[in-house]
Design a binder for this molecule. Structure first.
Ligand code: MN
Length: 495
């Protein structure tokens, strides 16, 4: 179904000013003129994509210049209208955003798989450190492409879905844009593992059939209890966990949904921080909390700045349920992440509040998200050198991947808990087959050692070694190592 410009305005998290409306309307007119006659693979007019991206940006609270950049993001690349034309009409800021998005889009598969990822990562980071809104527009672009992925051939679907899961979702997560991250993951999940996706959906459907009415009763009971205790609340609702995240949990619990305590959670929005703790106390007074599941992310925010109080209680009717308590601002920041900064900034500005940081360029967010600043520092210090850059990032960004180095400085990407044997096979099967020893950061380590991120791994080989050891199969983590070992053993008649 077609999206109109009016839909974009209606979807805006915060209603645009008249001036903002005019600005965005002008961008729309230029974009639809420039893309006139162009179609997407799905058969839709190209401008549908531009509008789709703009709508996502409006929903997550971005201001008019970023929404305009969303509308124009494919114009210089795909039409006769140039970046200079955009600069003349919409100013330097919008032109810089569009240019950044175009550059990010130029990254293409070249060389080995890890080179490709590193290049992607690096460009993402560089763009991010310059102006994070470039990355936000790129995320919106990817999200809209994922929503319309059905019209592409299967091999492309897979490649794009994998890239989404491994690069774009973690970046959305790091920027704290939970809404976008969750949807990206769920969409990628559907293409990467259609069977598991279906199965998880079925499990949820079955479970929700009996849980829906419970959730209603629980919300009422908890609300009544808070009212009785005199705690002010703005909003209370039940919510279901995202599919992909749920699947991750189910896998850890033998696919037994009864053991997932936060499949549904009750979310309580209160006016201010003091009210959070009051609601917390009042809830625990009535419902006994589970040991080890009380989390105060207000005093100790998560690395991506997420703030909330979490607790799991023996709730109404004795059933276990998770409760999350936060202020409106914390809530918006949890859903919109870094985007919320511009949203709040724009509102305060239009209300006549000028804050100090507005005198500076508005491209970096204020005090929060210290890691962005850290990133900029690193970048200044190390320039464009991949190796040092990645060492600097540390791995909290890429939770399930580690990067190790050869003595020459080549980067080998591995899954967590990968061993020197995995490392050896990642370089070359012959090195894997003949490995006899390994050093990590110059210290001798066993072959089943778990490599840590950033370590330099030296492999000792012995040409006389004819066969890989079948015991290695018990600890290797990569499928490439596994298949080489099996192939080699089979060839020699050992398997
Ligand atoms: Mn696009």
């Amino acid at each position: 179904m077609a999206i109109s410009l009016e839909d974009v305005f209606r979807a805006s998290k915060f209603p645009p000013s008249n001036e903002g409306r005019r600005f965005v309307t002008n961008a729309y007119e230029l974009a639809s003129e420039a893309h006139r006659g162009q179609k997407r693979k799905s058969g839709e007019d190209y401008i549908e994509h531009s509008l789709g991206v703009a709508k996502i940006l409006a929903e997550i609270g971005m201001e008019s210049r970023t929404i305009a950049a969303g509308l124009l993001h494919d114009v210089p690349e795909d039409t006769a209208v140039s970046l200079d034309d955009i600069r003349k009409k919409f100013g330097n800021e919008v032109a810089t955003l569009v240019d950044g998005v175009t550059k990010l889009g130029k990254i293409r598969l070249r060389g080995s798989r890890e080179e490709y990822y590193l290049e992607n990562l690096r460009k993402m980071f560089l763009a991010m450190a310059e102006d994070i809104r470039v990355v936000i527009v790129k995320l919106a672009d990817r999200l809209h492409n994922m929503r319309t992925l059905d019209s592409l051939p299967p091999d492309k679907q897979l490649r794009i879905a994998r890239e989404t899961m491994e690069i774009f979702a973690p970046i959305a997560n790091r920027l704290g844009i939970g809404e976008v991250k969750g949807e990206l993951e769920d969409l990628a999940f559907k293409y990467l593992d259609p069977e598991a996706h279906e199965k998880t959906k079925d499990i949820v459907k079955e479970y929700m059939r009996e849980s829906d009415s419970y959730l209603d009763r629980a919300v009422t009971a908890i609300r009544d209890n808070l009212a009785k205790e005199g705690v002010r609340i703005l909003h209370i609702e039940g919510r279901a966990k995202r599919l992909y995240r749920l699947y991750q949990k189910l896998k850890r619990h033998d696919m037994d949904i009864k053991r997932v305590y936060d499949l549904v959670a009750i979310r309580i929005i209160v006016p201010n921080v003091a009210d959070c703790y009051e609601a917390f106390g009042a809830t625990h007074k009535r419902y006994r909390p589970m040991v080890g599941r009380i989390k105060d992310y207000i005093s100790l925010p998560k690395p991506n700045n997420y703030q909330s109080l979490h607790t799991t209680v023996f709730g109404p009717e004795g059933r276990i349920i998770e409760i999350q308590i936060r202020t409106r601002k914390m809530h918006d920041e949890a859903e919109l992440g870094i985007a919320a900064h511009w949203a709040y900034a724009e509102r305060e500005r239009s209300a006549g509040w000028r804050k100090l940081f507005f005198r500076q360029k508005e491209t970096t967010p204020p005090k929060e998200l210290a890691w962005v600043k850290q990133l900029q520092e690193w970048q200044r210090e190390v320039g464009h050198d991949n190796r040092e850059f990645l060492e600097g990032i540390k791995i909290d960004f890429f939770k399930n991947h580690i990067f190790a180095f050869t003595p020459k400085g080549d980067i080998i990407e591995l899954p967590e808990e990968a061993t020197p044997v995995d490392f050896a096979y990642a370089i070359h099967s012959e090195i894997g087959n003949t490995i006899v020893g390994a050093k990590a950061d110059a210290k001798i380590v066993p072959l089943d050692y778990h490599i840590k991120n950033g370590e330099v791994i030296e492999i000792r080989t012995d040409k006389d070694r004819k066969l890989p050891n079948r015991d290695w199969l018990r600890f290797v983590k990569t499928s490439i190592a596994k298949s080489h070992i099996q192939k080699q053993l089979r060839r020699e008649g050992w398997l």
